[in-house]
Design a protein around this ligand. Structure first.
Ligand SMILES: [Zn+2]
Length: 182
């Protein structure tokens, strides 16, 4: 028996051939470059929900990208998919979808995933660029403050006598005028 197994996310493709000891996997296309357009947990959940409602069945985890491997062929056993959230796990076992607080069915599960793993408001790259810019600004400010305080310290030292001379004088005065004996 042969099953064609694919990862819809990164386009990895494998041929599974059944033998007496299990499935022999032959990688046709390694994939791995593409990533899901939504958060990984949500992408896994959506693939599992699709599998539970008549889509390609989930039979494993993609070695290349961590998403789910699916097949339209009979043979490989369906694996249980579990997505953990702070509210509890969402579980897809074959065609049975269950979750916390009486969650059941594809519609509730899809909304649940959307709530827990929302689409980021803006892409990551501008956020990183803004972070780098803020660090740069902070660095410039710190360097400017250091330079400023160094100049101030230099100027105040120039304007007053050396502290060592004052200390020396005081020590000398102290030794010259000891406390009178009682
Ligand atoms: Zn993949």
């Amino acid at each position: 028996m042969i099953a064609h197994v694919v990862c819809d996310t990164c386009h990895r493709s494998e041929t599974w051939t059944s033998s007496e000891v299990g499935w022999a996997v032959s990688v046709e296309q390694s994939g791995g470059a593409r990533r899901p357009t939504v958060l990984p947990q949500r992408a896994r959940g959506l693939t599992a929900i699709r599998g539970a409602t008549g889509g390609p069945r989930v039979v494993g985890v993609c070695e290349a990208c961590g998403q789910l491997l699916t097949t339209k062929d009979d043979g490989p056993a369906v694996v249980v998919v579990r997505i953990d959230t702070p509210d509890g796990p969402l579980q897809v076992d074959g065609s049975v979808i269950t979750g916390p607080a009486g969650l059941t069915g594809a519609e509730m599960a899809t909304a649940f995933l959307e709530r827990h793993f929302p689409t980021p408001r803006e892409p990551l790259l501008p956020q990183i660029a803004r972070g780098v810019f803020m660090m740069w600004l902070l660095g410039v400010l710190v360097i400017w403050l250091l330079a400023f305080s160094a100049v101030v310290a230099l100027l105040s030292n120039l304007g007053s006598p050396a502290p060592a001379a004052i200390t020396g004088t005081r020590d000398w005065e102290h030794h010259e005028a000891p406390a009178p004996p009682p």
